[in-house]
Write a protein that binds this ligand. Structure first.
Ligand SMILES: [Zn+2]
Length: 244
């Protein structure tokens, strides 16, 4: 009992009180460990589910007009978390820096609140409505990010590829973004499988194949949508998940 995990102690205290009566059955106080062979599989499944399908913390619209129309019709929409209709309210903005506007603070997304105050029956959680051309935790627009990634995938010098997009960000940022893209590849390619199979280009590097897969998925973009040469924006709208 002295060596068991505190959360399990609290759980047992809730269940049986602080001084449980002795029982003949001996409880296993520490959670069982997963078998080493299957633990990575469980972790991978959890990570993909949590990232792609588990959390509904954002909604992504293809244009400002569609975002405004969505905000105007909040009362007719179901909350993505609790699925109840009629309790969504506007709840301010998410602000951040825009590298195309001299790094000034600007509105990056609208927050929405599922009202649980007074007699309202919402869940009390918030989510945000983003534009497809905006990326979470990155001041670079999706259009510029695509220009950088698509050229950097074929260029050993990432700083040179970054110079072409005429951003005020430093060269070290270019390498940080590239590193972020490399680490997110497994999630991106798993998500892309929902749109189309990857093209057979085995001779290419992994990053080049991810870029090729994004281009292949972009072929599915309807002609009327405002995704001019922007597969990342299409990815975000079509799958309703953040690129990275
Ligand atoms: Zn809700």
């Amino acid at each position: 009992m002295l060596n068991c995990d505190r959360s399990w102690i609290l759980l047992l205290q809730c269940e049986f009180g602080k001084h449980p009566a002795p029982r003949l059955i001996s409880f296993q106080y520490t959670p069982p460990l997963l078998d080493a062979a299957i633990a990575p599989f469980f972790f991978f499944t959890w990570a993909v589910d949590a990232t792609l399908f588990g959390k509904h913390t954002s909604m992504i619209c293809s244009s400002p007009e569609k975002a405004e129309a969505t905000l105007d019709s909040l009362k007719t929409l179901a909350c993505p978390n609790c699925k109840k209709i009629g309790f969504l309210n506007r709840h301010g903005y998410l602000r951040g820096y825009d590298c195309l506007q001299d790094n000034k603070r600007s509105i990056r997304a609208n927050r929405v609140f599922c009202n649980n105050r007074s007699a309202a029956k919402g869940c009390g959680r918030t989510f945000s409505i983003w534009l497809a051309g905006t990326l979470k935790r990155l001041s670079l627009p999706a259009q510029n990010l695509w220009q950088f990634l698509s050229s950097a995938a074929h260029c050993p010098n990432k700083a040179t590829a970054f110079d072409a997009i005429d951003s005020s960000l430093s060269h070290s940022t270019a390498y940080r973004i590239w590193d972020r893209f490399q680490k997110a590849q497994s999630i991106i390619r798993t998500a892309l499988m929902r749109l189309c199979p990857p093209p057979h280009l085995d001779e290419l590097l992994a990053t080049q194949r991810t870029i090729a897969h994004l281009k292949a998925a972009f072929q599915l973009a309807p002609p009327g949508e405002p995704f001019v040469d922007n597969p990342i924006a299409f990815f975000q709208v079509q799958l309703q998940i953040s690129f990275f």
